[in-house]
Design a protein around this ligand. Structure first.
Ligand SMILES: Cc1cc2nc3c(=O)[nH]c(=O)nc-3n(C[C@H](O)[C@H](O)[C@H](O)COP(=O)(O)OP(=O)(O)OC[C@H]3O[C@@H](n4cnc5c(N)ncnc54)[C@H](O)[C@@H]3O)c2cc1C
Length: 440
């Protein structure tokens, strides 16, 4: 069951040529299309389902610097600034509010990690404040739990997953981009080691630059062209309540995370709870993912199911002869875990008196795509001219989205990058560099 997302219209007919084809209409593809079109380049944005239909409408909406890996912090600062700028330039609400984020815990180890992260925060001028036990308890009163401390990340915020990608895509169109939904990219045309166009289910577009921002599908698309992109997804569950009393804008506790949406409902989830499904792609990349797997072993359950055959990592999608694999699954919409949903509701109702009677409106599943070091890839592809990747956002891509889109657009347009792009290069995952698993 898909969560709500604003639906936008497609342009009529495919253009015969574009300066840049962007594959994937999630937050990354939409923002990259925006920044490319703003430069005056002609851009065609291709989406196999509808804009925002996968991860970008299924997340909690947190836009944060708090607890980010040092490699991501410069980009996350740019992203927060761009959320404000995009709202002003497009002139429509993206639901972005610098509401601050509140964290509380009763786990001394977790508190120590947050305290340690402040040394990183200081290097990047991130405003964050540790909360004493009394302050955390006052900020997040929860029945039956005694917080030993917490964090208030003051300048962070949240945006609205049902609005952001479609509204930004519309902003790109207002600057000249065209949007093609129900239009999967099937293959790249490569001539003499460089891209010359994209075959889509609706026809061919000539282009000398292609940005692949296909979320969880990116590695399978790359595989068809001999590009190695180590990527693996885990399945998560989230849910939305009916309109509920306001107990705060964005709250993290070890039991559950709550995010108030602009319609007065809450998105609820349990942080870190995930299922790893065995797939052919997962088996191909088991070695680079081993360090992350060992680190996260306790929070992850392992299963084998339909995703072995179909979907972004399945047998059929990796088979290059199967042109329509991306079309068969317009929207990647895995079932939510009913056990998690029951657990989340029970925890929220029992901890927060004001939410004692809160009702669920809807629950959904989603695959979150990771790289082995949990840092996105925003990069050209060595040896293949004109091909760029922006994917593997590792659970951080919504808040970072405008920054990732801006950096990808800088690379494609060969402009000065908004931050050092080296930490995001694809080659770090292929050249034997030591994998340093970042914060998730
Ligand atoms: C439960 C959950 C909670 C999360 N919470 C947060 C959070 O609070 N903060 C945060 O920053 N991040 C969060 N994330 C992560 C965030 O949602 C993702 O990192 C981000 O949305 C990724 O954006 P994307 O554009 O790369 O991918 P997607 O949004 O998945 O978009 C990729 C698009 O590409 C399309 N596509 C794929 N292949 C093709 C093809 N061949 N042709 C045409 N189209 C194609 C797909 O249909 C899809 O729409 C969360 C994720 C989940 C699931």
């Amino acid at each position: 069951m898909s969560p709500p997302v604003k639906r936008i219209a497609s342009n009529e007919g495919l253009p015969a040529a574009a300066d840049v084809v962007v594959i994937g209409g999630g937050i990354i593809g939409a923002t990259a299309a925006y920044f490319l079109a703003r430069r005056g380049l002609s851009v065609a944005l291709l989406e196999k389902g509808h804009v925002g239909c996968e991860q970008s409408s299924r997340n909690w909406g947190w836009c944060r610097q708090q607890n980010r890996d040092a490699r991501e912090l410069p980009l996350s600062g740019v992203a927060l600034r761009l959320w404000d700028e995009l709202t002003a330039e497009i002139g429509q609400d993206l639901g972005f509010r610098r509401s601050g984020l509140l964290y509380a815990t009763d786990d001394p180890g977790q508190l120590q990690e947050w305290e340690k992260w402040r040394q990183t925060a200081r290097q990047f001028d991130v405003e964050t404040r540790m909360l004493s036990a009394a302050e955390a308890t006052a900020a997040i009163p929860a029945a039956g739990r005694h917080w030993i401390g917490g964090v208030h990340s003051i300048n962070d915020g949240k945006a609205e997953p049902s609005l952001a990608a479609p509204v930004i895509a519309e902003g790109a169109r207002a600057r000249g981009a065209t949007i093609h939904q129900g239009c999967a990219a099937r293959n790249l045309e490569i001539t003499n080691g460089a891209v010359t166009g994209v075959e889509t289910e609706q026809g061919f577009i000539r282009a000398s630059a292609v940005l692949c921002a296909g979320g969880a599908w990116t590695s399978a698309f790359c595989h068809r062209h001999g590009i190695e992109f180590p990527q693996a997804s885990v399945r998560q569950t989230a849910m939305r309540t009916r309109p509920a009393p306001n107990i705060g804008e964005a709250i993290y506790t070890p039991d559950c995370a709550l995010t108030r949406r602009i319609d007065g409902t809450y998105t609820l989830a349990i942080s870190g709870a995930a299922t790893l499904e065995l797939t052919p792609q997962g088996m191909h990349y088991w070695r680079p993912f081993l360090p992350m797997f060992m680190k996260r072993l306790k929070a992850v359950q392992i299963r084998i199911g339909k995703s072995f055959f179909d979907g972004p990592e399945g047998l059929s999608t990796r088979r290059s002869g199967d042109a329509s694999a991306f079309e068969r699954m317009r929207v990647l919409d895995p079932a939510p875990s009913s056990r998690y949903v029951r657990e989340i509701l029970q925890r929220v109702r029992s901890r927060f008196a004001a939410l004692e009677k809160v009702e669920m409106d809807q629950a959904w599943g989603a695959y979150v795509d990771f790289t082995p070091d949990a840092v996105p890839v925003i990069s050209s592809v060595d040896g293949l001219g004109g091909v760029y990747l922006a994917a593997g956002c590792s659970g951080h891509g919504f808040g970072l989205g405008p920054g990732i889109g801006a950096l990808a657009a800088d690379l494609v347009a060969n402009d000065r990058p908004c931050v050092d792009a080296a930490p995001f290069r694809l080659s770090r995952l292929l050249d034997g560099s030591k994998v340093q698993v970042g914060a998730i």
